[in-house]
Design a protein around this ligand. Structure first.
Ligand SMILES: NC(=O)c1ccc[n+]([C@@H]2O[C@H](COP(=O)([O-])OP(=O)(O)OC[C@H]3O[C@@H](n4cnc5c(N)ncnc54)[C@H](OP(=O)(O)O)[C@@H]3O)[C@@H](O)[C@H]2O)c1
Length: 264
């Protein structure tokens, strides 16, 4: 089992076919240790192939995948399918991708706890849950959630969710850490990037790492993968954090019709 904390991962949503295989291979060759995928991304097979081709031993890689919301009545089967596609006999972290009803959450969480007991998954968690749904899942599992994966970036700073995670001693995973690419055009971040001789993408990632989050930027070229990985070396100071705190804090880029009524 992987012992290092998977703080920086490769997000693979919208990566398909050869591009996905190549990105996973490149990421692993650059010493990324964490790959984030999902059943609904339709690329678990390619993620598995990229991992196989990297020749890195399984224990050195952290694989996160997700069960789609329509499958909470068949979590075990969904997990088996993911295991097969990913060509592995365990998943490091399996998430409930989106909230539905508390009854369905309980049914799915029961299955996740069973899969954990059986060693098919190492950890489990949730994604896109509201605070109330998260609280319910936390209590139902007696605090066994490893993470909640949410949209989290410089323009959606998730203070309430972070407070909840900190007080319950679990970690948040930040998806769309570059605001799905939109934050890279944020002119107010340019002076900060210049000060640190860094890119805006690196500032975005460094801020989330500073918050203690697991960060999973998606990138499809080796140059971008390397740039994002190097953000781990960047340290923001108090002045930078104060400046960031003045930025708008209400940009949610992922809000599909089936999303819950968000807290903020
Ligand atoms: N749980 C959920 O419901 C959920 C929802 C959304 C996302 N996610 C996860 O979070 C991951 C990341 O989120 P995301 O894909 O929405 O967006 P993101 O990581 O915030 O941004 C990705 C965009 O930024 C570009 N990019 C990446 N690094 C760059 C760099 N150094 N310089 C310039 N451009 C750069 C990418 O371009 P190229 O790809 O063209 O290189 C892509 O267009 C997803 O892949 C997925 O794994 C989870």
């Amino acid at each position: 089992m992987m012992t290092t904390f998977p703080s920086l991962g490769l997000g693979t949503r919208e990566l398909t076919g050869q591009q996905c295989i190549a990105a996973v291979q490149s990421a692993l060759s650059l010493w990324y240790t964490h790959i984030d995928t999902a059943k609904v991304y339709g690329n678990e097979t390619e993620v598995g192939q990229g991992i196989q081709r990297s020749n890195i031993t399984r224990e050195k890689i952290w694989i996160t995948t997700k069960v789609w919301m329509a499958e909470y009545g068949r979590v075990k089967e969904s997990c088996e399918e993911s295991l097969q596609k990913l060509q592995t006999d365990y998943i490091d972290l399996l998430l409930l991708h989106r909230p539905t009803s508390l009854e369905e959450h309980e049914q799915a969480l029961d299955s996740l706890m069973k899969l954990q007991e059986q060693g098919k998954i190492r950890q489990f968690g949730v994604s896109n849950f509201t605070l109330a749904q998260l609280q319910h899942a936390w209590e139902y599992t007696n605090g066994k959630l490893f993470t909640q994966q949410i949209e989290y970036h410089l323009a959606l700073r998730q203070e309430a969710m972070k407070q909840f995670a900190d007080s319950h001693h679990f970690v948040l995973t930040a998806y769309s850490p570059l605001g799905h690419g939109h934050l890279l055009k944020e002119a107010r971040l340019l002076p900060l990037a210049e000060k640190h001789q860094a890119s805006v993408a690196q500032i975005c990632i460094a801020w989330l790492l500073h918050q203690g989050a697991i960060v999973i930027p998606k990138a499809s070229t080796e140059a971008r993968l390397a740039e994002n990985f190097a953000a781990q070396q960047l340290k923001l100071d108090e002045k930078d954090l104060q400046m960031i705190a003045t930025l708008p804090n209400n940009h949610r880029y992922f809000n599909p019709p089936f999303a819950p009524q968000w807290d903020d």
